[in-house]
Design a binder for this molecule. Sequence first.
Ligand SMILES: Nc1ncnc2c1ncn2[C@@H]1O[C@H](COP(=O)(O)OP(=O)(O)O)[C@@H](O)[C@H]1O
Ligand SMILES: [Mg+2]
Length: 244
Amino acid sequence: MSESVSSDPILVASGIHKKYRMGSEEILILQGLSMTLAEGEILAVVGASGVGKSTLLHILGLLDTPDQGTVTFRGEDLFALPPKQRAERRNRVFGFIFQFYHLIPELTALENVLLPSMIGPGFLAWRRVRRERREKALGILGDLGLSHRLKHRPAQLSGGERQRVAIGRALMNDPAVLLCDEPTGNLDPVTRVGVQEALWGLNRRRGQTILVVTHDERMAAEAHRVARMDHGALVEESTGGASA
Ligand SMILES: Nc1ncnc2c1ncn2[C@@H]1O[C@H](COP(=O)(O)OP(=O)(O)O)[C@@H](O)[C@H]1O
Ligand SMILES: [Mg+2]
């Protein structure tokens, strides 16, 4: 395990239950799942399609609610917070990266990255911080090797470039935890390496804590830790090789 991984938990899920109702049938997805994410670590979550990996990610990132159980961030019980504060934590604490990028097609790469920082401040506040935010977005896109693609729209970008724009967008609010749902699932093997390198570089350079759901064997092998989801719970699999 790399030296930058501390033993302090940053995110802890405890006794998470989640079921969906389909007509008269109840489908149990998460059944008392518990997990701990340490500050500065890369945890890979693997498991068969449909076991509930995305459901877990959505609950951890406050996009969905558990039926039972708690999620604490640096000791704070997130689901005990009133809705407004919970929404604030969602925006400030978590960055999301999805398999299919979810970029806005009408916006350029730079505008897509700027978007999250425009949510929240009113128009006047945005005018005040616009220049600084733009500088930040340019810096992030530069670090991701996208300085030559600022004015391209998603349709004019390769899959790997699109995903790196999505990573840039996720970084704008300096998330404490990056939640990635099969970030290389839609990419060819060569492009995958570039996206993984972008994520791992964030961990190396700034100690970014990352939880990544993946079917990508290389990614899982190079994470600090691997946990497999099975029957609604997570089982620690192995300590990966962390290419840090
Ligand atoms: N909103 C929903 N309503 C009903 N069933 C759902 C809903 N979301 C997910 N499911 C079901 O829950 C199971 C787990 O889904 P998901 O978390 O997406 O799995 P994974 O990401 O591991 O492939 C699947 O069987 C899926 O069909
Ligand atoms: Mg999924």
